[in-house]
Design a protein. Structure first.
Length: 129
């Protein structure tokens, strides 16, 4: 039986509704314009329009999507901000990937550190039979 109180709430927040529009040059990426709406579907002028840049970089593992906030007051400004923000998102992503590689490479495997799994004796001691 599933505990209802531990389930995440699946109700939409009527105070945080947006209509999404996608603007693209069909070359570099796209800008997602999020227009705030009321629960009646009318535009909500009390909240700002938000802009999200979207692009992707190609890696050895395949395409990696990037999404980044554009703190713009309008579409023209978002378009102007797109290039520098995309470059920063690529730099940030590459830095995170390098950190993950360093962490993975510096992981030291100690025999028995996996709780006796993998056929190694627990405690890292060698046992002869």
């Amino acid at each position: 039986m599933v505990n209802q109180s531990s389930q995440p709430e699946t109700r939409m927040d009527a105070n945080e509704l947006y209509r999404e529009e996608i603007i693209s040059d069909r070359k570099i990426g796209s800008i997602q314009r999020l227009i705030p709406l009321t629960a009646d579907g009318e535009e909500d002028p009390s909240r700002p329009v938000r802009y999200i840049g979207q692009a992707q970089i190609y890696t050895q593992a395949g395409p990696l999507p990037l999404s980044f906030e554009l703190d713009a007051g309008g579409l023209r400004e978002a378009i102007e901000m797109f290039g520098p923000a995309a470059e920063q998102a690529v730099e940030d992503t590459m830095r995170k990937l390098q950190e993950m590689r360093r962490e993975a490479a510096s992981s030291i495997v100690v025999p028995g550190s996996d709780g006796g799994m993998g056929g190694m004796p627990r405690g890292g001691k060698i046992q002869l039979r």
